[in-house]
Design a protein around this ligand. Structure first.
Ligand SMILES: Cc1cc2c(cc1C)N(C[C@H](O)[C@H](O)[C@H](O)COP(=O)(O)O)c1[nH]c(=O)[nH]c(=O)c1N2
Length: 235
């Protein structure tokens, strides 16, 4: 075995886990400094190296710096956010209305990552039964970009409080192209130490040991080292 086929060095592993642990969804801390082209290309390349069903690579990337387009998307957000707020009552509604849930205008670059549902023709290897695997693949591209961005000191915020049809119209997407992720990108004043929704009292991270089952849904793990490590080991 070549040494490069073994696990990474400790420093490299630490770097990867740090990016995973310290990645944040950013909406309140954007700076207006532009992202240099070579850095943006590194992020796009990270996304493009994601796994995809049958190597379909169903993604395209729409880089949006036009204020006019961003303002149009912001209007869609405002309307959908009003509707979303009506799902809550009392204190929860007040809290919801105080949450900042997008940074469309404050971030210098918006990026829409789409899924071309026809790419690769009618028979994509691995997508015969589960048609959504193309969408899953695009989500992995989003995550690659999100982690690479963290390592570059760039914040990413995913805005999904949007009407997909109106978004597709605004971005002039063809019928077969679905806008999976609308992302805001930019350098930040800080990365919060924990999710903003947790800091604001909306929802907390669930304990991992409650989410790990053994051999079937709802079955506890056998008593043993895995169970002990799950209780003891922090990320
Ligand atoms: C598919 C999807 C869609 C959205 C999000 C995420 C994902 C994965 N998140 C971000 C989300 O709130 C955030 O990831 C969690 O709160 C956890 O925080 P960190 O990402 O760990 O900072 C998000 N945040 C927000 O402010 N407005 C939004 O519309 C969305 N939409």
């Amino acid at each position: 075995m070549n040494t490069s086929d073994k696990g990474f060095s400790e420093a490299e592993r630490n770097g990867l886990y740090r990016a995973i642990r310290e990645r944040r969804d950013v909406r309140s801390q954007f700076l207006s400094d532009p992202i240099p082209p070579e850095v943006l290309v590194r992020l796009l390349q990270a996304a493009h190296h994601a796994p995809s069903v049958g190597f379909m690579q169903p993604w395209d990337f729409i880089v949006i710096d036009s204020l006019e387009v961003r303002q149009a998307v912001r209007v869609i957000f405002e309307q959908e956010n009003q509707k979303a707020a009506e799902n809550y009552a009392g204190e929860r509604a007040d809290l919801y209305r105080h949450l900042k849930l997008e940074g469309i205008l404050e971030s210098p670059t918006n990026l829409c990552i789409t899924c071309d549902r026809r790419r690769g023709g009618p028979h994509v290897l691995g997508r015969n039964t589960i048609l959504e695997t193309d969408l899953f693949s695009v989500c992995l591209a989003v995550q690659n970009l999100w982690l690479a961005a963290r390592a570059e000191g760039i914040g990413v915020g995913w805005v999904s409080i949007l009407d997909q049809e109106r978004l597709a119209e605004t971005l002039e997407l063809p019928d077969e192209v679905y806008p999976v992720a609308y992302l805001c990108l930019g350098y930040v004043s800080e990365f919060l130490p924990r999710p903003e929704l947790e800091a604001k009292g909306w929802r907390s991270r669930l304990p991992i040991h409650e989410l790990v089952h053994g051999n079937g849904w709802g079955q506890p793990l056998e008593d043993g080292p895995l169970k002990i490590a799950l209780h003891e080991q922090e990320m």
